[in-house]
Write a protein that binds this ligand. Structure first.
Ligand code: ATP
Ligand code: PAF
Ligand code: BAL
Length: 356
């Protein structure tokens, strides 16, 4: 879809504004409006990788100015989740953003990454300290039943936190377009539903999942894996490939498709279980979902034309008996690492799905 609408040519500049206050952000936004510039917005939690950078590249192709936010939002982490250990890497992020800005400077067909918004929690949650309790008090946006399923089952406050912070960020930035990654597919559904139901004046754009060379979906949390768990982590994508195979051979019923993924995951887990503790990387299956591409409702049977969203999550368990000199990942392998991924299951998987 040709959607790039550059109005006035922005100045070719490398520098970007680093803004922490809502008031200053709004001033910049007003100036952009008066200059007739469109604004694209990429919300992130930092620890930037190629997945984030791809979203920013897409945004500068489609807008005059791009704002990026870096904010680790406490309300989307449950009380026993990894808020305190979530990677915060501003020094490295700054270098990546500066390199991107330089890349854009020499290309007059793209917009300008003009602003990085890094608010404090006091700024974002002005009335009360934000609660991560399931029955916590506060001003929240809830999108149900979508938020209670799949990711929401394991992370009961997750989408309430995401919808709440996205509502705040969209109210502050008021972008023409906002960008999310397909890796977090359920999040894109929740945000689209929120934008529709609350009449927010922005277009939600979804960028494809960026992967490591072997296919692992990039994620800020991958740095916790270490070498041993990193190798086994590919099992989730491998299980999707098994589903793709049986789908291509004609299977359409949920139980056949589901079993193809489940059998792969179970057999790899069995192999790991049988290895010595010092060598193995064990994991638990959280869920496998085969869902409608428009609603994310679970399907009993997949339509050949429309296909399905095949998504899943596994939990890589803490590393057992780390060895002297072993790459155990950030944090020494002490914590579980939850990984998610998805592909579009369809007969012409070369079109949008991941090509194994
Ligand atoms: N591999 C990826 N490809 C494309 N987009 C991605 C990828 N990983 C993350 N994104 C998108 O980047 C945006 C910011 O995500 P976030 O900062 O939480 O990074 P993350 O890698 O998803 O981290 P996490 O480990 O928390 O899952 C989201 O819209 C997310 O979907
Ligand atoms: C959208 C988001 C920035 C909200 O905190 C976060 O959930 C993320 O990074 O995917
Ligand atoms: N990428 C989604 C943010 C989270 O997992 O908290």
């Amino acid at each position: 879809m040709p959607i790039r609408i550059h109005t006035l040519k922005p100045r070719r500049v490398t520098g970007f504004n680093k803004v922490t206050s809502i008031q200053n952000l709004r001033q910049l936004r007003r100036r952009a409006l008066l200059a007739g510039n469109t604004v694209g917005f990429v919300p992130t939690m930092g620890a930037l990788h190629q997945g984030h950078l791809a979203l920013i590249r897409q945004a500068v192709r489609e807008n005059d100015q791009v704002y990026v936010s870096i904010y680790v939002n406490p309300t989307q982490f449950g009380v026993s989740e990894d808020l305190s250990s979530y990677p915060r890497t501003w020094d490295a992020d700054k270098i990546k953003l500066a390199a991107l800005a330089k890349e854009f400077k020499n290309n007059d067909r793209v917009g300008h990454m003009s602003t990085v918004f890094m608010p404090s929690t006091e700024e974002m949650y002005p009335s009360s300290p934000p609660s991560s309790e399931v029955d916590g008090q506060g001003s929240f946006v809830t999108i149900t039943p979508l938020s209670s399923r799949l990711e929401g089952t394991s992370r009961p406050v997750f989408f309430r936190g995401v919808a709440t912070v996205c509502m705040k960020l969209l109210n502050i930035v008021q972008p023409e377009r906002v960008y999310f990654g397909q890796k977090d597919i359920q999040q894109t559904f929740v945000v689209k539903r929120m934008v529709k139901d609350f009449h927010l004046n922005t277009e939600v754009r979804v960028g494809s999942t960026i992967r490591e060379q072997d296919g692992l979906a990039m994620s800020s949390r991958n740095i916790f894996l270490g070498e041993r768990r990193r190798k086994v982590a590919l099992v989730l994508l491998d299980s999707f490939k098994e589903v793709q195979k049986v789908f291509a051979r004609g299977a359409r019923k949920r139980r056949f498709l589901y079993n193809a993924a489940f059998d792969k995951l179970s057999s790899v887990e069995k192999v790991q279980r049988a290895l010595p503790r010092a060598k193995r990387a064990r994991f638990e299956i959280d869920y496998i979902s085969i869902a409608d591409p428009d609603t994310m409702d679970e399907l009993e049977e997949v339509n050949s034309e429309r296909g399905a969203i095949l998504s899943g999550a596994i939990k890589m368990l803490p590393l057992e008996e780390p060895q002297e000199g072993e790459d155990t990942g950030l944090g020494g392998g002490k914590s579980s690492v939850r990984l998610i991924d998805n592909i579009h299951l369809e007969l012409l998987s070369a079109k949008v799905g991941y090509i194994p």
